[in-house]
Structures are given as C-alpha cells and as structure tokens.
Design a protein around this ligand. Structure first.
Ligand code: EPU
Length: 346
C-alpha cells in the first residue's frame, strides 16, 4: 500500500510568536506508545519530524515540511528522597508554571524563582531556563528520554546534559536523538531562598518567608516587565545576553559606564536589552511590525502577525545596529523548528 502525504495544516496557533506557518502534519504525543506510533507513521510516509512543546521558545518558518510531534505527556509524582529533599518526576507536557505552583503549594524550594516562565516542563532542560538568579539545571536530577532511533527509554543524569547559560546538549547533538518524556527534579524541604536579584531583595530577612511568597513576587515582577504571549505574541528574550572577552568588556564599560554587566567565568556578560535600547530600537516597529517591547527591548513582539521572513529581517537589523555601535554580536536564543529525518525503524 502506498501512503499519501497528508495535506498541509495551519500551525500558526502552535507558536507563541504567532508567526504564520503551515506544517505537513501534527500529532499529539501523550505517551510512549503514541510517540512510537507517530514515529512509525512518519517513517512510513518518509516524512521528517520536529519535536515541539508549547511553542513558547520556538521560531516557526513559513512552512514546516514534516510532522510536528507535540508533547502532551502528563503526570506528576512527588517522592521523599531524604529527610530534607523530595524528588518530583514530571511529564514533559505539563505546563511549567503549573508545576512550579504545585511545588510551592507544598512548601518545596528550588523552582520558585522560575515562576511564570511560559512553556512546558520538557522544554525547561533544553534551553536551561533561568530567571532571577536561578537556572533550572540546579534542581534537575535527571532527564528521561525516548531514543528516537533505537526506540528505547533512557534516564540521563543532569551531569551529562552539558548545561550552561541557555544551553544543553539537547539543543545540539541530542536534538535529533532524544524526545524528552519526563524530567526528574530534586527539591528541598528546607528554606533556601535566592534573593540576590534586584526586586527580590525586599524579601531579604522577611520572617516566615515561604517559597510561595517568592514565586508570587517573581510573578508580579514578570507581569510588570514582560508581555503575556496570549495578549502580545512573543517568545520571551529573543537574544542571549552576550558574553565578551574581558579586554572588550573593559573598553565597553569605559565608553558606556552605565551598561549593566556581570563577570562570569567565561568572560563578561552584558545586558542585550540595554544595548538594543541604546540603539534607539526599544518600542520601534521594524519589518512587518516586529517591535522590541517598550518595557524590555530584549523581547521582540509580533503585534501585526508578521511572518518568518519579516522576523528575520528585523532580527538582522537589530544585530547589525548593535554590532556597529558596540562591536558585539547578538545571538538568537529561541530555536528554529527544523524537521529531521528518522534514520531507522524498529
Ligand atoms: N535593560 C535595559 N533596557 C531594556 C531591557 C533591560 O536597560 O530594554 C537593563 C535592565 O534595566 C537591567 C538589565 O538590562 O539592568 C537586565 O535586564 P533584566 O533584569 O530585565 O533581565 P535580562 O538580562 O534582560 C534575563 C533573562 C530573562 C529573565 C531575566 C530575569 C536572558 C536572555 N534573559 O533578561 O529570561 O527573565 O533575566 O532574570 O538571559 C527568557 O529567557 O525568555 C527570559 C525572559
């Protein structure tokens, strides 16, 4: 029997930047079994696949020539792992903030600074989500994956995931290898607040401070600074904060003494939002109406339904302006959806 390729489907609603986009097919994945079946189907149709969570950190091209596997695996189990720790095994399709709220409702510490980050639990390790002084890698115990080519389930310890600033091996050499099905977190029952970030310092010394209180405060700050994707389409920070050599950093700080920067082991990290703002681009509509958000220039918004080509034109313009003024090369943070071929069937 010859299988015919399905017609195209509109997937504009699957990306929070609302880039107009179509795909060859889309399948909802809610278990290892549906995943295995979808891979069989794609293989039989000789169709490449692309893995997607909630689409809040993904860039959609005009057309995705392949089958989108949208992860909707649910489930959440808390198990006491020591006197002071609790291990949570969480389905990759669970909404990230729903997971954070369940943790803080139980008085657990570790993810409260990451409240209200859009997206799914399975996407969290891919770009090592981070905010307000905490990166998710600090609480990940392991990641449970389905190997797309051998069709087996494996547990990968956090140490092997290559976590860095908005980085992991899932973004690179494992992108076409593993489908994340669950993430295992190690959370603390003992208060361990991280309040170093401006805005959270007001909570320092608060008697009876709870992780819920920290999560509420973080949610307030985020709501004030960052646009809600459902109201104003965006994918959060569009660029990484650039890390430059200490020599280059010294020149920048001498020329622009007020530029926000942080010393890191790899060099000096600069606030990309500040650099974009200083190029006069904050709140300025670019190609297709793509606009660096008026309250946070690092967030590109898409109020007019621009398509991928217009986004890329705007992105290139911003990169060129920042490079010419500061000699710093900005790098896109969210990932382009690019389908890949399945090499073997079982
Ligand atoms: N700034 C400006 N103008 C702007 C934006 C920022 O001058 O338009 C300045 C701020 O005043 C501040 C500094 O730049 O002094 C840093 O700004 P902010 O605290 O808003 O954080 P960010 O570095 O722009 C990063 C993360 C965010 C995370 C916040 C808070 C990246 C790429 N982004 O942004 O993560 O919420 O810190 O921790 O690291 C995301 O990844 O999608 C995201 C939203």
């Amino acid at each position: 029997m010859v299988l015919s390729k399905p017609e195209m489907v509109d997937v504009t609603h699957c990306n929070s930047l609302r880039l107009t986009s179509t795909a060859r097919a889309i399948r909802s994945i809610d278990s290892v079994e549906t995943l295995d079946n979808a891979i069989d189907e794609a293989f039989a149709l000789d169709m490449p696949i692309a893995v997607l969570g909630e689409g809040t950190n993904s860039i959609f091209p005009n057309h995705i020539e392949g089958m989108i596997l949208k992860c909707e695996i649910s489930g959440l189990e808390f198990v006491q792992s020591s006197d002071t720790t609790v291990r949570a095994t969480v389905g990759a399709g669970l909404n990230w903030n729903d997971f954070v709220r369940q943790c803080v409702d139980q008085g657990l510490w570790g993810v409260e600074n990451l409240a209200l980050i859009p997206g799914s639990v399975g996407a969290a390790p891919v770009q090592n989500i981070g905010a307000y002084g905490v990166e998710v890698s600090s609480v990940i115990h392991s990641v449970i994956v389905f190997d797309i080519h051998t069709r087996t389930v494996k547990e990968i310890s956090a140490e092997r995931c290559g976590f860095g600033y908005r980085e992991s091996r899932f973004k690179h050499e494992w992108r076409q290898k593993y489908f994340i099905i669950q993430v295992v977190f190690e959370l603390s029952k003992v208060a361990s607040p991280v309040l170093s970030y401006a805005g959270l310092d007001a909570l320092q010394g608060e008697v009876g401070l709870t992780s819920k209180r920290v999560a509420d405060e973080v949610s307030d700050i985020r709501s004030q600074k960052l646009p809600q994707p459902s109201i104003l389409p965006n994918v959060g920070s569009y660029f990484k904060n650039p890390i430059v050599s200490s020599e280059h950093a010294a020149r920048l700080v001498a020329d622009y003494p007020s530029v926000p920067h942080w010393n890191m082991s790899e060099g000096v990290k600069f606030a990309a939002g500040w650099l974009i703002e200083r190029c006069g681009l904050k709140g300025e509509p670019l190609e297709g109406g793509i606009t660096p958000y008026a309250k946070q220039a690092l967030v590109l918004t898409n109020p007019k339904g621009a398509c991928y080509d217009q986004l890329v034109a705007s992105e290139r313009w911003i990169i060129a302006e920042v490079a010419s003024k500061f000699g710093v090369e900005l790098e896109r943070e969210p990932q382009l959806v690019s389908p890949f071929a399945i090499s073997t069937s079982h």
